[in-house]
Design a protein around this ligand. Structure first.
Ligand SMILES: Cc1cc2nc3c(=O)[nH]c(=O)nc-3n(C[C@H](O)[C@H](O)[C@H](O)COP(=O)(O)OP(=O)(O)OC[C@H]3O[C@@H](n4cnc5c(N)ncnc54)[C@H](O)[C@@H]3O)c2cc1C
Length: 384
C-alpha cells in the first residue's frame, strides 16, 4: 500500500491546481448557470483521457492520475458545482467501463471525450432516499422495453446529452429487479423540467426528467437486466468516495486567506490569530481536510485495487461521504464566524456556506448513510 503521488501525478495535480485557481479568479461561476467555460477547459486539458480506457481514446494513465487532477481542482476552486459535475461524469465513465457493451463504449466514451455531459437519474419525487422503492418502470415487450416514470433533482438534467436511468423491471423474468438504461436526450417521450432554483451550487444545473412510454431497445440496457442494483452500488460507491474527497479539500482554497485575515485583524490589543478560540477554527478545518482526504484515499485504494469486500466498500464509501459533508458544513460556517460580520456579507465565504449545505443531500443524506453504515456493521458481524 502506498499513498503518495508519483512525479507525473504531482505534475498533474499542480497543473489542475493552476486551472482551479484561474477559474476562481475568472469569476465565471458566479453567473448561476453551468460553468461551460470551466468544463471546456477541463475537456481540452484532457481530464477525461485519464479514465476513458485506451481502446476508446483514453491515454491509459488511469484513476489515480484522474484523482490527482481532482485533488488539484478541489483544493483550489471556490465554486464546488464544477466538482460535482466532474464526479457525476466520472460515475458514468466507471459505469461504462464496468458494464458497457462495445457499441455503448464506442458511442458514449467518444461523447465524453468531446465534453458532452451525462446524468445519472436515481432519485424520484416520491422516493429520494428509498431507492429500493423506485417507481420508474421498464416494461419488457417483444421489441425491447418501455420506460415510464419521473426523476427529480438530477444533476445536469437541464443540459445533459444522455442519461443513465435507474428503473424497476416489470413484465419480465426479472420482475421487480432493477435495470440501468442509457437514454439519449432527444429520445421521443423524454422531457425535461425547468432547472431547479437552489440555495447554492447554482453552477450545477439540476432538474426533473419525465419518461412517457419511451422505447428502449435491448442494447441500450447497461449490464444485465436484474443486476442493476448490484451494479449501481459499484458505480455510486466511487461517487460517494469522491464526494467525501472533494468536500474535504474544498476549504483548502480558503485557508491561506483566512490565515492572513486573522493575522491582520485586531481585537483586545492583538491580532486575532493570538486568540486560541480563533486558532481552533483553522485547526479544526485542517483536521477535516486531512481526515477526509486520507480516508478517501484509503477507500479509493480498496475500490480501485479490488481488495474490498462489498460490505466494507459500502461502509467506507458512506463514511467518506458523511464525514466529508459534515466537515465541509462545519468548516464553511466556522469560516463565516471567523470573518465576523464580513463573513455574512455577500461574497466567497457566504457562497461557500450555501454550497456546502448542498453536500447534505447530494450523494445521499446523513440518515441514509448512517443507516447504511449500521447495516454493513451488522452484515460484517454476522460473517465473524
Ligand atoms: C445538488 C444536488 C444534486 C443531486 N444530483 C442527483 C443526481 O445526479 N442523481 C440523483 O439521482 N439524485 C441527485 N440528487 C438527489 C439526492 O440524491 C436526493 O436529494 C437524496 O437522495 C435525498 O432524497 P430526498 O431529497 O428525496 O429526501 P427524502 O428521501 O424525502 O428524505 C427527507 C428526509 O428524511 C430522511 N429519511 C428518509 N428515509 C429515512 C430513514 N429510513 N431513516 C431516517 N431518515 C430518513 C432523509 O435523510 C431526509 O433527511 C441531488 C441532490 C442535490 C441536492
Amino acid at each position: 500500500m502506498q499513498f503518495d503521488w508519483n512525479e507525473e501525478q504531482k505534475d498533474i495535480r499542480d497543473k489542475y491546481t493552476a486551472i482551479g485557481k484561474a477559474l476562481s479568479a475568472s469569476g465565471a461561476y458566479t453567473h448561476g448557470s453551468f460553468n461551460a467555460q470551466g468544463w471546456q477547459q477541463l475537456v481540452e486539458n484532457g481530464l477525461w483521457q485519464y479514465i476513458v480506457p485506451p481502446e476508446y481514446g483514453g491515454n491509459g494513465l488511469g484513476w489515480w492520475h484522474f484523482t490527482a487532477a481532482l485533488e488539484g481542482i478541489a483544493s483550489s476552486i471556490r465554486a464546488p458545482g464544477l466538482l460535482l459535475s466532474i464526479i457525476a461524469q466520472a460515475g458514468i465513465v466507471r459505469a461504462l467501463t464496468l458494464y458497457g457493451n462495445e457499441t455503448q463504449c464506442r458511442r458514449y466514451f467518444s461523447a465524453i471525450l468531446r465534453g458532452e455531459l451525462s446524468a445519472t437519474a436515481i432519485a424520484e419525487p416520491t422516493t429520494g432516499t428509498d431507492t429500493r422503492n423506485i417507481q420508474t418502470t421498464l416494461t419488457e415487450d417483444k421489441d425491447g422495453y418501455v420506460l415510464s416514470g419521473e426523476k427529480y433533482n438530477i444533476a445536469h438534467a437541464p443540459v445533459t446529452h444522455f442519461t443513465l436511468v435507474v428503473a424497476k423491471l416489470t413484465n419480465t423474468e426479472n420482475q421487480g429487479g432493477i435495470a440501468l438504461a442509457l437514454v439519449d436526450r432527444e429520445t421521443a417521450g423524454v422531457s425535461y423540467e425547468a432547472p431547479d432554483h437552489k440555495l447554492g451550487l447554482t453552477d450545477l444545473p439540476t432538474g426533473g426528467i419525465r419518461f412517457e412510454n419511451v422505447r428502449i431497445p435491448r442494447e441500450k440496457l447497461l449490464g444485465r437486466p436484474g443486476d442493476g442494483h448490484k451494479n449501481l452500488i459499484q458505480i455510486i460507491s466511487l461517487g460517494r468516495i469522491y464526494y467525501g474527497l472533494v468536500a474535504a479539500l474544498i476549504p483548502t482554497a480558503f485557508m491561506k486567506e483566512a490565515l492572513s485575515y486573522i493575522r491582520s485583524r485586531t481585537s483586545f490589543g492583538s491580532t486575532i490569530d493570538r486568540h486560541q478560540y480563533v486558532q481552533k477554527r483553522l485547526v479544526e478545518m485542517q483536521i477535516g481536510i486531512e481526515r477526509g482526504r486520507w480516508l478517501a484515499y484509503g477507500a479509493l485504494s480498496q475500490v480501485l485495487n479490488g481488495y474490498h469486500a462489498e460490505q466494507e466498500m459500502l461502509m467506507l464509501s458512506s463514511i467518506c461521504k458523511l464525514m466529508g459533508a459534515d466537515d465541509l458544513v462545519n468548516s464553511a460556517t466556522s469560516l463565516l464566524k471567523l470573518y465576523g460580520s464580513v463573513g455574512y456579507q455577500a461574497g466567497a465565504v457566504a457562497d461557500l456556506v450555501r454550497d456546502a449545505l448542498g453536500f447534505c443531500s447530494v450523494g445521499g443524506t446523513e440518515e441514509m448513510h448512517r443507516k447504511n453504515i449500521f447495516n454493513q456493521i451488522s452484515r460484517l458481524a454476522s460473517y465473524q
